[in-house]
Design a protein around this ligand. Structure first.
Ligand code: ATP
Ligand code: MG
Ligand code: MG
Ligand code: MG
Length: 367
């Protein structure tokens, strides 16, 4: 019997477009002999839609115009009473309504950032009693919040870059006090980040006071909590982790950004000028250390399914710092996470299969 996989894409976060790219790749590569794909799109405004048009119209946003609205028209209905397949409006990618009476067997929430990667949709799926790919509620929430993730990293004795937290409401009336504190504790340049986001959105690198103020204001547009970090002169190393109770680490990769840092443009709109080097050309003892740290962090934050763990290798000291964990990393065929597994021996389509199986196992383990 084929497994019905709901692939959720889009979403309310600023990483909406990134999600469209990840989900498109997954829908193209997923084993159609084994899985029925039910695409479920979420618009930027938060409307849920059942989509059964061509995969090619997802990335450019055209899917929205040719989908059936789920929630907006029937806001009082439980979303999961509408999603169950077998109804006319719910079709697989091939346009054939699946014959099974059962509901969706498993959801792959291919959503990045808030309302996707942060435990909120995970909570909804827990309540609906539907298995889903990736980390659970707590792990998702902790990893999304860079401040809480750092606190747990520190508890584990993992090196984190020096940081400082400012709340948005304090910036309104006391911005100069905070600038003074930051300037006393850090040398320029510093990094400024919203606590909860991804794809470098809202992040800036400030070389002076004026840019610091600008950066704080920019980050405050995205989040009520803002992080200031020492800017570290480093090589950027990433490691992919896969599994539930016995997670495995991939080979490590290096990112060489085409910009001053790996910002949104360098990540997605740079025609490959940023380089992914897989495996990273670093000594074996360093890559072993990274992989060990990745597993330690993954377990400490109670991750399941998958995560990409991001590190800095400081040039001057050769010290490794953990930066963050992404519980739903970019997932196109050319993204770091799948490429790391490919190099480790697990190709893209097999990786998708493995993730769905891990979701089903995790669900069974809970019972
Ligand atoms: P994503 O989830 O897409 O990996 P993100 O938005 O969660 O990204 P970070 O990974 O924390 O943000 O930072 C984005 C990029 O900014 C890093 O890849 C790196 O290039 C740069 N960066 C962030 N913090 C620092 C730092 N303290 N020192 C030097 N570079 C940094
Ligand atoms: Mg991130
Ligand atoms: Mg991210
Ligand atoms: Mg990162």
């Amino acid at each position: 019997k084929k497994i019905n996989v709901g692939i959720v894409f889009g979403g309310k976060s600023a990483e909406h477009e990134v999600s469209l790219m990840s989900a498109t790749s997954i829908m193209k590569a997923i084993d159609k002999e084994k899985y029925n794909v039910i695409p479920i799109g979420i618009t930027k405004e938060g409307s849920w839609m059942i989509y059964n048009g061509p995969i090619e119209k997802i990335e450019n946003g055209e899917w929205e115009g040719i989908s059936n609205k789920l929630l907006r028209d029937k806001p009082k209905e439980n979303i999961f009473s509408i999603i169950p397949i077998g109804k006319k409006e719910c079709q697989t990618l091939d346009g054939i309504p699946p014959k099974l009476e059962s509901k969706i067997d498993v959801i792959f929430p291919v959503l990045h950032g808030p309302y996707g990667e942060d435990g909120t949709i995970q909570g909804l799926l827990e309540m609906a009693d539907i298995p889903y790919v990736g980390a659970g509620v707590l792990a998702s929430a902790m990893c999304m919040d860079k401040i809480y993730a750092k606190k747990i990293f520190e508890l584990q004795g993992l090196n984190v870059v020096e940081y400082f937290v400012v709340l948005r409401h304090k910036l309104k009336n006391h911005i100069n006090d905070y600038i003074d504190i930051i300037e006393k504790n850090f040398q320029y340049p510093v990094f400024i980040k919203p606590a909860n986001l991804g794809s470098s959105l809202g992040i800036s690198k400030a070389h002076n006071r004026e840019k610091l103020i600008e950066g704080l204001k920019e980050a405050a547009k995205h989040d009520r909590k803002i992080l200031i970090e020492r800017s570290i002169l480093c090589r950027e190393i990433e490691c992919a982790v896969l599994g539930n109770d016995e997670p495995k680490a991939s080979v490590v990769g290096e990112i060489v950004p085409s910009h001053e840092f790996y910002d949104y443009e360098a990540k997605y709109f740079d025609d490959g000028k940023s380089k992914l080097i897989i495996p990273a050309d670093i000594p074996k003892n360093k890559s072993d250390e990274v992989r060990q740290m990745a597993i330690t962090a993954y377990k400490a934050l109670d991750c399941t399914g998958l995560s990409r763990v991001d590190f800095f290798l400081e040039k001057e000291t050769n010290k490794i710092y953990i930066n963050e964990i992404n519980t739903m990393p970019g997932f196109t065929k050319y993204s770091m996470y799948p490429l790391l597994w490919q190099e480790t021996g697990l190709p893209y389509d097999k990786l998708i299969d493995k993730l769905i199986q891990l979701a089903l196992e995790r669900y069974k383990d809970k019972k």
